[in-house]
Write a protein that binds this ligand. Structure first.
Ligand code: SAH
Length: 361
């Protein structure tokens, strides 16, 4: 069992089992959790709390796995970079470190590849290889903080994969990341971005409602990318499963508990497809009644160049129509595209092609 995949309550249970006495173990479990996440120290034998019980440290090392995946590569574009981690089965996860004004944002992957098939996204072209475990998600943050030394304070699930298609691992990872004894990244600094997986949005909304202390301010981003079903279905096959009306219905059930709470909607601008003034008006109509903030993302080209990015005047026109309609919105600047690290550019087609062989590993 990999320690990085265990929320603190589960770790306490594991330590109770190691002690062989129910009710015992919380002290050592909490010590391991805190030292591991705060200081990046993985070896319990070197932890102060175990000096009077070295046998327990050894037993813990035999039963739990204490290590991080190794860094398999780094691609830098100015102040943004992508890093790859080598996973146990030879696959790689991809993460992107993005500097913001005061801190750094880490864009994490939740899967290797993706099965959603969005036409404009490079990850879709590699296909779905497998889900990442909670441990492999948490490891991306640990490597950023403790190996690369980055002051990461904001996490966005916008890397490879559809996080809500990997619900349990993503939820466990968020529990670990946000635990105040460890990395202590508050839920308001964590954004889960979804293609619009309606049942999972409803499940996450329920968690937020039922456990406000832990999940109260978790941010949701929805990749809308189109103003109506016809356009959306042409570029996002998932729309055939859950229509925009069903999606809006689910979004209306997302609890907003704070004045700064919005539902973020992402809208990739594809020239000639969804970026006309009429589309902006339709989008504003669709979003009416939702407390949403639109992030406009001018298309980042993939390796094939199927779509085109609108010019800055076209982007501004779209933006102003939304603004004049009273819709909160902003334009997301492009970062990392020279390292294939910008939105929608993650993925490794070679690994994707190896998929059948790797799935049997
Ligand atoms: N599956 C999740 C998260 C991964 S994609 C989701 O769909 O939200 C992260 C964001 O990148 C999404 O908003 C997606 O619409 C956007 N994106 C994908 N391909 C893109 C591209 N080529 N250019 C710009 N943005 C893109």
């Amino acid at each position: 069992m990999d320690i990085l995949g265990l929320p603190r309550d589960v770790l306490r249970r594991e330590f109770a089992a190691l002690h062989n006495r129910p009710g015992k173990g919380a002290y050592h479990a909490d010590a391991v959790f805190q030292t591991l996440y705060r200081k990046g120290i993985f070896d319990p034998e070197t932890m102060e709390e175990f000096t009077d019980n070295p046998a327990l440290a050894q037993t813990a090392k035999q039963h739990l796995r204490f290590n991080l995946p190794t860094l398999a590569g780094k691609k830098i574009d100015g102040d943004t970079y992508k890093f790859l981690l080598k996973l146990d089965d030879g696959l790689e996860s991809e993460s992107v470190v993005i500097p913001m004004r005061k801190y750094k944002t880490l864009c994490v992957s939740s899967q290797v590849g993706c099965k959603m098939g969005c036409r404009f996204c490079e990850t879709a072209r590699m296909g779905f290889v497998r889900h990442l475990t909670a441990s492999e998600i948490v490891a991306q943050v640990m490597v950023a903080r403790h190996v690369l030394g980055e002051p990461v304070e904001n996490i966005v699930f916008m890397g490879m994969g559809e996080p809500l298609d990997n619900f349990d691992h993503v939820v466990n990872a968020i529990r670990i990341l946000s635990d105040g004894s460890g990395l202590a990244i508050p839920s308001r600094s964590i954004t889960v971005s979804t293609v619009g997986h309606v049942p999972a949005i409803l499940k996450l909304a329920e968690l937020r409602r039922n456990e406000p202390h832990e999940w109260g301010r978790l941010r949701l981003a929805v990749s809308l990318n189109a103003p109506d079903d016809e356009i959306r279905e042409a570029i996002m096959p998932v729309n055939g499963q859950w229509s925009m009306a069903e999606l809006k219905d689910a979004l209306q059930q997302w609890p907003l508990t704070h004045p700064d709470d919005f539902i973020f909607t992402e809208y990739v601008l594809l020239h000639g497809i969804n970026d006309g003034p009429e589309h902006a008006h339709m989008l504003a109509d669709y979003l009416r009644g939702l407390n949403a903030c639109v992030n406009l993302i001018p298309y980042n080209p993939g390796l094939d160049g199927t779509y085109a990015r609108p010019n800055s005047d076209q982007v501004k026109t779209f933006f102003h129509i939304l603004q004049d309609a009273g819709q909160r919105c902003r334009i997301r600047g492009t970062k990392g595209d020279n390292a294939m690290a910008a939105c929608g550019q993650l993925g490794n087609r070679t690994l994707g092609r190896k998929r059948p062989a790797l799935e049997t590993v």
